[in-house]
Design a protein around this ligand. Structure first.
Ligand SMILES: [Zn+2]
Length: 237
């Protein structure tokens, strides 16, 4: 069967003499692997359509254990990001994180649109450390696994003026429920993390978080993500 989709190239691995195995986040079929025959030849018919982070229209042959790429044409190559080292690094880290968190063959339009929005806006965003925090939060929300921040993750209590973070419990916890090992957040940082989820990319630069707060947020979200990745379950969404 011949299928067609829009897809982002997340990863490319050398295969045989001149082929590539691509990991693609496709709009219609979720994360899939495609074999691109001859893609590493200089005169490959695919050209730059298989570059990392490029959005391409892909036509492929789909059989039981094999998906073979037939045609690829560029929709958007995000050239501005690729010519900017720091933004390119952040975009590649995002693709890597997404690849880790997304299961194969689970079509999810929210995740696809998350990546499309992010790559479209990244070129004009300034505070890249803060953008990195937003990437983690917004990607988790698109997947339906964002930390609970609106009430206590241990007992659904209201959060008033003390905020603790517990990756194991799934988000913020209140003063009564917090345990040894939880990390206390300033009310300001807690409010800002909550706000990030509601802000569009272009408004992120309005938030004023200190370097220390951003570093703390990165650490806690990384802990949250690795706890999630180690847990023996399938995404619920
Ligand atoms: Zn509580």
């Amino acid at each position: 069967m011949i299928l067609k989709t829009l897809g982002f190239i997340l990863r490319a691995i050398k295969f045989r003499e001149s082929d590539l195995i691509l990991t693609v986040l496709s709009r219609e079929y979720g994360k899939i692997s495609l074999i691109a025959k001859g893609a590493r030849r200089t005169e490959s018919k695919f050209g730059a359509a298989l570059d990392l982070l490029t959005l391409s229209e892909l036509v492929f042959y789909d059989a039981d254990n094999l998906k073979l790429l037939k045609e690829a044409s560029i929709i958007e190559d995000y050239r501005a990001i690729k010519n900017d080292y720091e933004r390119l690094v952040l975009a590649l880290q995002t693709a890597h994180l997404l690849n880790q968190l997304v299961e194969e063959h689970h079509p999810d339009r929210a995740v696809f649109e998350f990546l499309r929005d992010f790559l479209s806006e990244l070129g004009s965003l300034q505070n890249l450390d803060l953008v990195g925090v937003a990437v983690k939060l917004k990607l988790m929300r698109a997947l339906g696994i964002a930390p609970r921040m609106s009430s206590c993750a241990r007992g659904r209590h209201r959060l008033i003026d003390e905020f603790w973070f517990s990756p194991q419990s799934g988000g913020f916890v209140c003063a009564e429920c917090h345990q040894a090992g939880d990390t206390q957040l300033s009310p300001r940082l807690a409010q800002n993390l909550k706000m990030i989820l509601g802000l569009s990319w272009s408004k992120l630069d309005r938030l004023a978080l200190s370097e220390d707060e951003i570093t703390l947020a990165h650490g806690l979200l990384d802990e949250f993500i690795s706890f999630y990745l180690k847990a023996p379950h399938i995404p619920s969404k």
